[in-house]
Design a protein around this ligand. Structure first.
Ligand code: KIV
Length: 283
């Protein structure tokens, strides 16, 4: 069921910019909301940052449904967008509607799909079924590995004009929001100016109506080298590894656990226990 907060957000263009952050489970959603995100994206980037896969070309819809349930619980009233996973929506309108309904039942206020062309029909079908759709153009992670890799797109006039036309076609099909990934700022600015829906950029410059980053990238919670467009706001992997190293040191030195970390038992019960314990079974 679409929440009122999503309708307000999808109609919001311009100032103040919309802040979108990915999340994959309850605590990452809680952190995103407490940090003031306007919208949380259950990105299929989970395939890479959570599951450690090479790309997002394989990520089961079942996993996206599970992650969406957890994120929706953590996000409270903050709108949640969930990625339709590669292979779950491209084949037919019926397939796209079925996958979208599953994500919506799991708590998504909208679903996101990649590409234009035939995907415009999928957008129309999913919107007609009652689930708002977010488009995604520019670098399309689900097919990036097979189409030239993780490099910026629309850097020639022809490609840039095609991207503008694709954006307009998706808007005409009914998308409520558009994500633009890794495209020149001038191209993103032109799209943002021309379309009526909010445009959220990731590596698309400052003229967009909002910005999105992947949780693990912006918080430094991964081993991978960050893309050019990422700014890191924390180094959580180091913080976590440091905490675990101190725990390991304490366990090995005997400094942990201490009495205050343990449970006792009433003196009489302890005495009875020790008395009845079969000799030789205690450690
Ligand atoms: O899956 C994801 O995290 C995304 C963002 C890169 C926008 O689609």
């Amino acid at each position: 069921m679409t929440r009122a907060s999503w309708n307000g957000l999808s109609a919001r263009k311009g100032v103040p910019p919309i802040v979108m952050v990915t999340a994959y489970d309850y605590p990452t959603a809680r952190a995103a909301v407490r940090g003031g995100a306007d919208v949380v994206l259950v990105g299929d980037s989970a395939a890479m940052v959570v599951l450690g896969r090479a790309d997002t070309s394989t990520f089961p819809l079942e996993a996206a449904v599970l992650f969406t349930e957890a994120v929706a619980r953590g996000a409270g009233t903050t709108p949640v967008v969930a990625d339709l996973t590669a292979g779950s929506y491209e084949g037919s309108d019926a397939e796209a509607v079925r996958a979208s309904q599953r994500l919506a039942e799991a708590g998504a206020d909208a679903v996101k799909l990649e590409g234009a062309g035939p995907m415009c029909d999928r957008v129309r079908a999913v919107v007609a079924s009652g689930v708002p759709v977010v488009g995604h153009l520019g670098l399309l992670p689900q097919t990036a590995s097979a189409t030239g890799g993780y490099v910026a797109r629309a850097r020639t006039a022809d490609e840039a004009l095609r991207l503008v036309a694709d954006a307009e076609a998706l808007v005409a099909a009914g998308i409520a929001m558009l994500v633009l990934e890794a495209v020149p700022s001038d191209v993103a600015a032109a799209v943002t100016k021309r379309v009526a829906v909010p445009v959220i950029g990731i590596g698309a410059g400052a003229a967009c109506d909002g910005q999105v980053l992947v949780w693990h990238d912006l918080l430094g919670f991964g081993d991978a080298r960050a893309a050019r467009f990422v700014r890191r706001y924390a180094m959580l992997l180091e913080t976590a590894a440091d905490g675990i190293a101190r725990f390991a040191g304490d366990v090995r030195s005997g400094a942990y656990p201490q009495v205050e970390h343990t449970y006792g038992m009433p003196a009489a019960e302890r005495a009875a226990f020790l008395e009845r314990l079969v000799p030789g079974e205690e450690r």
